[in-house]
Design a protein around this ligand. Structure first.
Ligand SMILES: NC(=O)CC(=O)C(=O)O
Length: 284
């Protein structure tokens, strides 16, 4: 598709969560409506696990089929009602053979499902005196890369821990992506040190936009999300960011910056492929 415009308005919805799935989905729908009325975005993003508490013991109970489940149907309707693209954060997905995935769905303005990304790198960490989390206790990892086309702009989808893997971002860059969107829920151990650093690193290394959307911070929750949803531009500059609470972050991104940075700092033409391998195997 040809590029209709280089400017795209994004609205990142940093949402409060609770143990009540219906209330979480209703809150997301209300915030989508508010964002559309106030800001008229082309694309809206939601946080990781926006309909479910972020904890391994909850994933099976809250899991749903995609696209037939309740949350998918609500997001599809919201996209069609408001004529907007929705990168629907993540929900626990009940997949084939009863496996559970942490999955992002993407909806077009006609309500059609145009992308489904299963978290590829499971968040299994054990930081002494900090946080222990083991998604692999109940989740399976996805095996497929996911890109979508929005008005002629190719966008890669990753989920939270996926951002730590530069190889994945590089594959998206090589596949022509100008932006990577990561629904994410960093925490109070890793967030302060790594959240902004990783986003700016991925943006700088690959000369593209990086967008993250976190749940709002709830200090009483079992898993305390860091917040600070963010848009980083291809210069690695933080274009806009949220604080900790529930918030809508709005920004107009200019995709012409991607080409500008790639021309002015042409690292991808200057690689010493005679000295190191840059062979890319998977097809994205
Ligand atoms: N929750 C995650 O998937 C990742 C995270 O919190 C981190 O990498 O830190």
């Amino acid at each position: 598709m040809s590029k209709a415009s280089n400017i795209m308005r994004l609205a990142l919805l940093q949402l409060k969560g609770s143990k009540d799935k219906t209330a979480n989905v209703a809150n997301a729908l209300g915030q989508i409506e508010a964002a559309v009325k106030q800001h008229k975005p082309r694309l809206i993003t939601l946080p990781e696990c926006f309909n479910c508490p972020y904890g391994t013991k909850y994933f099976r109970e809250y899991s749903e089929r995609i696209p037939d489940g309740y949350t998918s149907q609500q997001l599809s309707k919201a996209a069609a009602d408001h004529q907007v693209y929705i990168v629907g954060g993540t929900i626990p997905e009940l997949g084939e053979n009863d496996a559970i995935y942490n999955t992002c769905t993407v909806w077009a303005p006609n309500g059609e499902l145009i992308g489904k990304h299963r978290k590829m790198h499971l968040f299994d960490i054990d930081v002494k005196g900090g946080i222990r989390f083991k998604e692999s206790e109940t989740l399976s990892a996805g095996n497929e890369f996911t890109t979508i086309d929005v008005d002629g702009h190719r966008i890669g989808i990753g989920i939270c821990y996926d951002i730590r893997f530069e190889e994945m971002a590089r594959l998206y860059r090589n596949a022509g992506c100008e932006m990577i969107i990561y629904p994410a829920a960093f925490n109070m151990t890793t967030g302060p040190l790594h959240w902004e650093l990783l986003q700016r690193a991925r943006a700088n290394d690959n000369q593209l936009y990086v967008v993250t959307t976190s749940p709002a911070r709830d200090s009483n929750a079992e898993y305390v999300a860091y917040g600070h949803s963010m848009i980083v531009d291809p210069w690695a500059k933080v274009l806009k960011s949220a604080s900790e609470g529930e918030e809508i972050v709005v920004a107009d991104v200019d995709f012409s910056l991607v080409e500008q940075v790639r021309q002015q700092i042409p690292v991808f033409n200057q690689r010493r492929v005679d000295l190191y391998s840059t062979k890319q195997v998977p097809k994205v």
